[in-house]
Design a protein around this ligand. Structure first.
Ligand code: 0A1
Ligand code: ZN
Length: 870
């Protein structure tokens, strides 16, 4: 890992003790650890860990061995079997080694049950499990905790056979046996050298859904999904997703699984979605467990996505890992791109692209426009956990997608083949990845590297001039990249824009799609043979992660919403049409809803569009997305404008909306894209109906709720009801609670839906819910479902009296004492204060100041809050 220095005062004015780590300070490790043997004496209260490290000097130097530790109690240190001289320097154990090689043995004690950070070895629902990425291994034993130290692991664990009948680690089980007094043990060996962040151990009373997969070279792989016995029936979808993923990676990337065993374990307390530990993936139970009664279609899709993501990491992450944490997007951006492509291949590519872009716009664009903006490959950090961001993951995926678009599928595949072969067993960099793509394709990708280093979302202005006399149309493009923290001046970037022209009358493609590369501040492109008035279809399929302002009026957008030959561009025209009205309304200007009403009506009535697409296209941009278009955000004005437009649409189109809501009844067991699309459209239609006729819609929603044979319809109905003032609201909430209060994942939905309600009293409800007996602050899913959903509910969170801010600040302070990583993830809604009207801005700032004044604040929260105040 890079050297550490005192925090630069200019960057973080309030930094007392927290250190900034810089990419430019990277140095290779002084000592390598080719082998490690771990011996665990397991107990929830106390676990003893003996580690035997074979260490080897790396290069010529006389520096001691430095091992990282965090909250581990040191019992003893030996070098080559003898008591050794050592010292503790901060959190490191420093051992002088005489020669070039040695065997270093340490013994430590850790306390899994007291580990509320959920990093390292911790207890969850009676089982013990680990989470080591990014720097959790140092909470288990002393070790050079950095991703470029790769070791072969041999792990022995022993514990009570009744409490922990199942003992798992990475690789293969090589021995097991019974010990004294009801204890038993197992030994595991992983033949693949790996960085310590990929180490995993699980001990608990678990049962497996067992299956197998035969790889392309004919090897049979045993597959296990480990859960509590009662949850076994909910593992079928995860297992199917796993087998599909294994086959897909063989077919699309030529990547075969490399061991005879693959384990997935579900745990209910987990900081993130899941973790790709070599052959022992550990999952947040939310991304494993699903059945028709408890999971929505979106939950099923998310399970497939996360199972695929973790599985794909076996190559993009485990076999080829990262040299240092600044290279995180090397594995994450690429793996997200891979899981997105998988999702497109197993469902509808157009709808999948729309969903992925919606996530990017909702999560990454605001990040890139705010105080926490950072490049895909960051230059510095205080706490690496804060950099598992939408920028590193989703913008990183867009960057890979742009390079894949420019190269085309065959050349891209030739490049990834070289990447995997060249760097197998290594810790690589983002530059290595680009070089492999270049060597595989023969192309020059140097210009695209700026996407790794320059933060901020590029803006492109587009103007199309048609000259009927010369039958040409000229597209004038201009790009700019806004300043971001630490990057006041920006360079032009290469922006691949898939572009076509659509005939205003004919509605057909009058100039076929071209891939334009905008790489200058200003550039023009000419289309020949343009006889008809052309309409501009630009950034088709969202070929670049940018914003476009194309100066297209309502008529043009309405026409494109019906006629564009690219489904994404068609969706985009629809969204832009709504956005124009919403922005005008939010500014207090007159809002003419007629073109929106006509366009939504035409979309709903179209015979050629599938229901899933319709559901996406008519979904109104969120209040947060409208806010992104405003110079100064007034949440009340935005809310009023959006509700106003929803009401106009809901009233004017009640017939077609009722038809979309009523029609095509499908079985809840049917998970085909068609059935999912019908359910999606049904609830989107219900939402619009509720704006036009709240009482009538409350009755419809209650009927949908009562009759639902699946969670999608039930949650969809409740999601509409929670924002209404009708007796059906409370009835449905109570009924939902009754059905679900012993199912944690379903109860999360109950909390989340109420926190997302569009009501003036949501802030009061949320404060009450935080005192509810089922609210558990130590469980990340529950905390996210209440506090995360509330922070994303713009109108409620920004309640004019500032109580939303005080509530969030109190929650962050309370959560920080238990789980800093999760607490830090709740900071961003407060951080956007500069964009809000002055009264709210002042209160948001005050809330941030209140947090940063807390003594003993974690570096996780400190980093996010101090950067937000800067
Ligand atoms: N590598 C995982 C994400 C992950 C990162 C940190 C964690 O620590 C709590 C857990 C998971 C992934 O991309 O899926
Ligand atoms: Zn990942």
């Amino acid at each position: 890992m890079a050297d550490v220095r005192n925090t630069d005062l200019a960057e973080a004015p309030l930094a007392p003790a927290h250190l900034t780590i810089r990419r430019e300070d990277y140095r290779p490790p002084d000592w390598l650890v080719p082998e490690i043997a771990l011996d665990f004496d397991l107990g929830a209260e106390r676990t003893r860990v003996r580690a035997t490290l074979t260490v080897k000097k790396n290069g010529e130097h006389d520096r001691p061995l430095r091992l990282d530790g965090d909250e581990v109690k040191l019992v003893s240190v030996k070098v080559d079997g003898a008591d050794a001289a050592y010292r503790i320097d901060g959190e490191q154990l420093v051992v002088e080694i005489a020669g070039d090689r040695a065997t270093v043995e340490t013994e430590v004690e850790i306390a899994p049950k007291a580990n509320t950070k959920l990093m390292g070895l911790y207890a969850s629902g009676g089982m013990l499990c680990t989470q080591c990425e990014a720097e959790g291994f140092r909470r288990i034993t002393f070790f050079p905790d950095r991703p470029d130290v790769l070791s072969k692991y041999r792990v022995r664990m022993e514990g009570d056979a009744r409490a922990f009948p199942i003992l798992l680690s990475n690789g293969n089980r090589v021995a097991q046996g019974n010990g004294a007094e009801g204890r038993h043990w197992a030994e595991w060996e992983d033949p693949f050298p790996k960085p310590c962040y990929l180490f995993a151990l699980v001990a608990g009373d678990l049962k497996a859904n067992k299956d197998s997969f035969t790889t392309m070279s004919g090897r049979k792989v045993d597959l296990f999904i480990w859960v509590r016995e009662a949850d076994l029936p909910k593992t079928a979808h995860a297992m199917e997703s796993l087998k599909l993923s294994m086959a897909w990676d063989e077919k699309v990337y030529g990547r075969e699984y490399d061991l005879d065993l693959f384990n997935i374990v579900a745990v209910s307390d987990f900081n993130m979605g899941a973790m790709e530990n070599k052959s022992l993936n550990i999952f947040n139970s939310a991304y494993v467990l699903a059945d028709q009664e408890t999971a929505t279609d979106a939950d099923f899709d998310n399970i497939a996505r996360v199972v695929a993501h973790e599985y794909f990491h076996n190559w993009s992450g485990d076999r080829v890992t990262c040299r240092d944490w600044f290279q995180l997007s090397l594995k994450e951006g690429f793996t997200v791109f891979r899981d997105q492509s998988f999702g497109a291949d197993i469902g509808s590519p157009a709808v999948k692209r729309i969903e992925d872009v919606r996530v990017l716009r909702a999560a990454q664009f605001p990040e890139d426009a705010g105080p926490l903006a950072h490049p895909v490959r960051p230059d510095s950090f205080i706490e690496i956990s804060n950099f598992y961001t939408a920028t590193v993951y989703n913008k990183g995926a867009e960057l890979i997608r742009m390079m894949a678009t420019v190269l085309g599928p065959e050349k891209f595949r030739a490049g990834t083949d070289i990447y995997f072969e060249r760097h197998d067993g290594e810790a690589a960099t983002c530059d290595d990845f680009v070089k492999a793509l270049e060597d595989g394709s023969g192309g020059d990708l140097t210009p695209f590297k700026i996407w790794y280093s320059q933060a901020g979302t590029p803006r492109v202005k587009a103007r199309l001039d048609h000259d009927a006399a010369s039958r040409t149309a000229t597209l004038h493009l201009e790009q700019s990249v806004p300043p971001t923290p630490g990057q006041p001046v920006k360079q032009p970037m290469p922006i691949p824009l898939k572009t076509a022209l659509i005939g205003e009358q004919s509605g057909s493609e009058i100039a076929a799609e071209r891939l334009l590369i905008l790489d200058q501040p200003q550039q023009s492109f000419t289309f020949e043979g343009v006889d008809e008035t052309p309409l501009l279809s630009i950034n088709r399929n969202f070929s670049a992660p940018i914003t476009v302002s194309a100066d297209r009026g309502d008529d043009e957008l309405e026409r494109l919403a019906q006629a564009d030959t690219d489904p994404f561009a068609r969706y985009e025209a629809m969204q832009e049409l709504m956005m124009l009205a919403l922005v005008a309304g939010s500014r207090g200007e007159a809002m003419d809803p007629e073109s929106v009403i006509r366009a939504i009506g035409a979309t709903l009535k179209s015979n050629s569009l599938d229901p899933a697409f319709k559901g996406e296209a008519i979904l109104m941009p969120s209040e947060a997305m409208i806010a992104d278009r405003m110079d100064m955000v007034d949440p009340d004005a935005i809310h009023a404008a959006r509700e106003g437009l929803r009401k106009s649409v809901g009233s004017a189109l009640s017939d077609v909306l009722l038809f979309a809501h009523r029609s095509d009844s499908v079985s809840g067991a049917d998970l085909s894209p068609q059935a999912k699309g019908i359910r999606r459209l049904r609830t989107v239609a219900l939402g619009l109906l509720s704006a036009g006729d709240p009482q009538g819609a409350a009755r419809l929603a209650k009927t949908q709720f009562d009759r639902a044979d699946n969670m999608t319809d039930r949650q969809g109905a409740l999601g509409v009801l929670v924002s209404l003032d009708a007796p059906e609201r409370q009835e449905a909430l109570d009924a939902f609670y009754q059905r679900s209060h012993d199912d944690a994942l379903v109860l999360d939905k109950w909390f989340g839906l109420q926190a997302a309600a569009q009501r003036p009293d949501t802030v009061d409800q949320v404060i009450k819910l935080a005192a509810h007996r089922d609210f558990v602050i130590t469980n990340p899913n529950r905390l996210r479902s209440l506090v995360g959903s509330f922070g994303a509910n713009q109108w409620a969170f920004h309640s004019a009296d500032g109580r939303g801010y005080t509530f969030l600040a109190d929650m962050i302070i309370a959560a920080d004492k238990l789980n800093p990583q999760i607490a830090a993830r709740m900071v961003p809604p407060l951080g956007r204060w500069k964009r809000f009207e002055p009264k709210r801005a002042a209160m948001m700032r005050e809330a941030l100041e209140q947090i940063v004044a807390v003594p003993g604040l974690s570096k996780d929260v400190f980093e996010q809050v101090s950067k937000s105040l800067a």
